[in-house]
Every structure is written in structure tokens, then in C-alpha cells.
Design a protein around this ligand. Structure first.
Ligand SMILES: *[C@@H]1O[C@H](CO)[C@@H](O)[C@H](O)[C@H]1NC(C)=O
Ligand SMILES: *[C@@H]1O[C@H](CO)[C@@H](O)[C@H](O)[C@H]1NC(C)=O
Ligand SMILES: *[C@@H]1O[C@H](CO)[C@@H](O)[C@H](O)[C@H]1NC(C)=O
Ligand SMILES: *[C@@H]1O[C@H](CO)[C@@H](O)[C@H](O)[C@H]1NC(C)=O
Ligand SMILES: *[C@@H]1O[C@H](CO)[C@@H](O)[C@H](O)[C@H]1NC(C)=O
Ligand SMILES: *[C@@H]1O[C@H](CO)[C@@H](O)[C@H](O)[C@H]1NC(C)=O
Ligand SMILES: *[C@@H]1O[C@H](CO)[C@@H](O)[C@H](O)[C@H]1NC(C)=O
Ligand SMILES: *[C@@H]1O[C@H](CO)[C@@H](O)[C@H](O)[C@H]1NC(C)=O
Ligand SMILES: *[C@@H]1O[C@H](CO)[C@@H](O)[C@H](O)[C@H]1NC(C)=O
Ligand SMILES: *[C@@H]1O[C@H](CO)[C@@H](O)[C@H](O)[C@H]1NC(C)=O
Ligand SMILES: *[C@@H]1O[C@H](CO)[C@@H](O)[C@H](O)[C@H]1NC(C)=O
Length: 361
């Protein structure tokens, strides 16, 4: 009895060892569920790239389970094979509960990509970019719960409804667009220094976003309500800001200092008066206000002290009412709503409602 048990154990050890020796953990290509199985039994560390696809299987869905792999030193890529964008790829999922670090990039969707689920809840660091592009149009579920350190983060996919994510500690660029998520605060409400740009576009299910950056060279946001200043941020300095058809714009009262180089805005009647809530701003441009309802802009009292040589440009905005520096507060009392900076470098106004009372101080 005891002898038999020993033999079985021994056999198991021998089999495992020989399989480990037979598998190359340098640069690997996974084209089937059995490839994935071999890999997860043999490699904790992949020293080169890990490529997923093209799939040889023709099943309903290929599940690439990479449990056991802890580090990929190179890139994780998807390979469609020698097909063009009309190809109907086998649907697939990718998961690993153990992978924590990728030394290169993670890229799905440099071409058509029929991935349905991507689940790597332990992945903390991607030294390069992490990309799920718009080509991943059937991706519904993305679990990157622990992802904190990444260079540029891009998340799109017009079926994407679920994102599991907690916070970011380091990222240089963010492009989040064309998906069905209902909150992206785990990505934007972080004290990051954005140096390559941050953009939010076509997120029909997001009502508002909180921007908690420390700094950003550029910020582009469309079609939702924006709260500037996160729970932990007290200062924010922005470069070129574009606010396209926002439904709201608020400044968090925690924020002590908020500056921008330029704000370019296309207002809509869903925000009939827009307070420009900055402590310093050099340039304000308003364009294409081609709406029927009248919209007004407000500049705060501290605008009087803006030092950079303020440039105002307004064009193609027939609904923008620049006829007075006064308006009404919530109680209906007349208050000053526009303060001209002392140092103005230029004023260009085309196609707007203007009166002398707006221009004479
Ligand atoms: C593993 O694969 C790499 C790249 O394909 C190759 O250069 C290397 O020689 C292989 N190592 C072994 C032990 O087969
Ligand atoms: C996969 O299977 C379907 C139906 O079983 C078939 O129509 C299709 O041609 C197959 N694709 C490949 C690449 O073998
Ligand atoms: C997504 O799924 C639909 C329906 O199965 C299919 O027609 C379409 O080609 C898939 N998209 C991609 C990018 O594979
Ligand atoms: C994708 O993940 C979700 C959540 O774990 C699960 O409900 C769904 O069945 C998965 N889809 C596939 C195709 O594995
Ligand atoms: C944060 O990102 C910058 C720029 O990519 C990099 O130099 C720095 O080492 C990163 N810090 C950490 C803690 O990852
Ligand atoms: C952002 O920059 C500030 C000032 O340079 C620095 O104190 C802070 O640590 C930086 N934060 C990150 C996440 O890089
Ligand atoms: C943001 O939207 C969520 C629902 O999506 C709502 O609960 C929350 O109150 C909103 N926050 C602000 C400040 O408007
Ligand atoms: C803002 O845009 C202007 C003009 O396109 C450019 O010269 C400037 O460098 C940009 N500022 C930043 C901080 O990127
Ligand atoms: C503008 O600056 C002056 C001098 O520093 C200061 O007294 C005044 O309160 C400032 N005005 C506003 C509205 O911040
Ligand atoms: C006015 O703005 C210009 C930049 O357009 C700047 O060079 C100048 O120093 C500013 N003057 C004052 C008094 O702030
Ligand atoms: C523009 O604003 C002025 C002053 O608030 C107001 O008297 C006027 O009726 C407004 N014009 C339009 C077209 O709404």
C-alpha cells in the first residue's frame, strides 16, 4: 500500500519536471486552450513576449487561462494571423489570477479583436502602455482591479459595461472613450501628473466625472458633467483644456489652487450659464455655440488679478450673450458676473450677442 503511494508521487514529480523542461518560457505564442495549459503548468516567469492567437481551435469560445504565470517581462499582444479586418475571429477570453507584472505593453485591438472578457485582477504594474482599443468591440468585462502603475492607459470598446478597477498611482496619459461604463472615477480621480494627455469621449452612461489630477498638459472632455478637484487634491494645474458640450462644471471646495493655460469650450443650452472656475487662466475660446437657447459665461472676481495677458476669442456663437457684466444670483439679486482681467492681450468676438456694457469697465 505505502509502496504504491510512493510510486504515484514519484511518477507525478517526474512528469511535472519533464514537462517544465520541455516548455520554453522565453517568447511564447498561445493559440489554444491546451497551449495555455502547458504554459501555466510550466512558467511562472515569461522572459520575452506572450502572444495570444491566432487561434487554431474552431470552438464557440476559446478560454485562455493563464493562472500560475506571475511575470511577463516582455509584451502581451494579440495576433489575428494573416487576416484582414473583415475576418470573424473565434471569440475568446483571457484570464490570470496570478499575473502581477508586465515589463512591456499590453495591447489588444491593434486590429480586429473578438475578445469577450479580460480578467487580471492581480495585475499591478504595466511598465509600458495598456491598450484595449475600439477594435475590441465585443469586450464586455474588464477586470484590472489592482492596476496602479502604467504609462498610457487606453480603454474603449462599444460593448464594455463592466470595469473592475480601484485607483491609479502613476500614469502619463489616459484615453477613455466609446464604451458603456457608468463610472470612470477610479481612473480620473487620482493625483496624477499627466504629460501625454487625458481624454474622455463618448461615454453615454457616465453622468459625471471627478478629475483629481495634480497636473495635466491637456484635458479633453465631452458631453458630461465635470467636477474639478478630487477628495485628496488641493492643487491642480492644467495646460490646454477642451470642454465640449458639458452638462455641468463644478469646482470642488477642497481645491485651493486651480489654474489652466487655455480653455476652449463649446457650450450647450443644458448649461445655460457657465462659471469658469479658475484662479488663473490665459486664454478662453468659445466656438460653435449654434444653439437656440441663450447662454452666458461668468468670470470670477479673482480674474481681475490674472497676470498672463488674457486672450478672449469668441466665434460662431450666435447664442452667447455678452451684453452685460451683471446677472442674477440664485436669489434673483443683481450681481457682477464677469470681471475683466487687468492685463488683457486680445479680444476677438465674431457672431455673438454683444453690447458696450460688456466691454466698458
Ligand atoms: C526559446 O525560444 C527562443 C525564441 O524563440 C529561442 O531563441 C531559444 O533558443 C529557445 N530556448 C530553448 C531552450 O529552446
Ligand atoms: C468554424 O466552424 C464553422 C461552423 O462549424 C464553419 O462555418 C467555419 O468555416 C469554421 N471556421 C474555420 C476557420 O474552420
Ligand atoms: C462581435 O460579435 C458579433 C456577433 O457574434 C460578430 O458579428 C462580430 O464580428 C464580432 N466582432 C468582432 C470584432 O469580432
Ligand atoms: C465574462 O465574465 C463575466 C463575469 O465574470 C461572466 O459572467 C461571463 O460569463 C464571462 N463571459 C465569458 C464568455 O466567459
Ligand atoms: C512613474 O512614472 C514615471 C514616468 O513614466 C517613471 O519615471 C517613474 O519611475 C514611475 N514611478 C513609479 C513609482 O512607478
Ligand atoms: C506630481 O508632481 C508633483 C510635483 O512635482 C509631485 O510632488 C508628485 O509626487 C507627483 N505625483 C505623481 C503621481 O507623479
Ligand atoms: C454623479 O453621478 C452619480 C450617479 O451617476 C450621482 O450619484 C452623484 O451624485 C453625481 N455627483 C455629482 C457631484 O453630481
Ligand atoms: C497648448 O496648445 C498650444 C497651441 O496648440 C501649444 O503651443 C502649447 O504647447 C500647449 N500647452 C501645453 C501645456 O501642452
Ligand atoms: C487681487 O490682488 C490684490 C493684491 O494682491 C488683492 O488685494 C485682492 O484681494 C485680489 N483680488 C481678488 C479678487 O482676489
Ligand atoms: C501682461 O501679459 C503679458 C503677456 O501677454 C506679459 O508679458 C506681461 O508681463 C503682463 N503684464 C503684467 C503687468 O502682468
Ligand atoms: C442678454 O443679457 C442681457 C443682460 O442680462 C439681457 O437684458 C438680454 O435680454 C439678453 N439677451 C437675450 C437675447 O437673451
Amino acid at each position: 500500500m505505502i509502496w504504491r503511494v510512493d510510486q504515484t508521487l514519484l511518477l507525478g514529480v517526474v512528469l511535472f519536471t519533464s514537462r517544465a523542461l520541455a516548455t520554453n518560457c522565453s517568447t511564447v505564442s498561445v493559440t489554444s486552450e491546451s497551449d495555455a495549459k502547458t504554459l501555466r503548468q510550466s512558467c511562472q516567469v515569461i522572459t520575452g513576449d506572450l502572444t495570444i492567437g491566432p487561434f487554431v481551435q474552431n470552438t464557440s469560445t476559446v478560454h485562455i487561462n493563464l493562472d500560475g504565470i506571475e511575470t511577463v517581462k516582455g509584451n502581451i499582444n494579440h495576433d489575428l494571423g494573416s487576416h484582414d479586418f473583415t475576418y470573424q475571429e473565434t471569440p475568446f477570453t483571457v484570464s490570470s489570477s496570478t499575473l502581477t507584472k508586465v515589463g512591456g505593453t499590453v495591447l489588444f485591438g491593434d486590429d480586429v479583436c473578438n475578445m469577450l472578457n479580460f480578467s487580471m485582477p492581480s495585475l499591478t504594474t504595466v511598465s509600458g502602455d495598456f491598450t484595449m482599443s475600439f477594435w475590441c468591440s465585443n469586450l464586455t468585462y474588464l477586470d484590472i482591479t489592482s492596476l496602479e502603475f502604467v504609462q498610457n492607459l487606453q480603454i474603449a470598446g462599444k460593448s464594455l459595461t463592466t470595469l473592475h478597477h480601484t485607483k491609479l498611482s502613476n500614469a502619463t496619459g489616459l484615453w477613455i472613450y466609446d464604451n458603456l461604463l457608468d463610472s470612470v472615477d477610479s481612473i480620473f480621480n487620482n493625483p496624477l501628473n499627466i504629460t501625454t494627455g487625458a481624454e474622455i469621449d463618448t461615454l453615454p452612461n457616465v453622468k459625471n466625472v471627478t478629475i483629481g489630477f495634480h497636473s495635466a498638459n491637456s484635458l479633453d472632455i465631452s458631453d458630461l458633467s465635470v467636477i474639478l478637484g478630487g477628495s485628496s487634491s488641493t492643487e491642480m494645474s492644467l495646460g490646454n483644456v477642451t470642454f465640449y458640450k458639458l452638462t455641468g462644471l463644478q469646482r470642488n471646495s477642497n481645491l485651493k489652487v486651480l489654474t489652466a493655460d487655455s480653455v476652449d469650450t463649446v457650450p450647450t443650452s443644458s448649461m445655460s450659464q457657465m462659471d469658469i472656475p479658475f484662479d488663473d487662466l490665459r486664454q478662453l475660446s468659445v466656438r460653435e455655440g449654434m444653439y437656440s437657447d441663450v447662454v452666458t459665461l461668468r468670470l470670477p472676481a479673482k480674474a481681475a488679478n490674472w497676470t498672463g495677458g488674457f486672450a478672449l476669442s469668441v466665434y460662431m456663437s450666435p447664442g452667447l450673450n455678452l451684453s452685460s457684466m451683471y446677472g442674477l444670483d440664485d436669489q434673483g439679486n443683481q450681481i457682477q458676473t464677469w470681471y475683466w482681467p487687468t492685463n488683457v492681450s486680445s479680444i476677438d468676438i465674431y457672431e455673438a450677442i454683444v453690447a458696450n456694457e460688456f466691454l466698458y469697465v
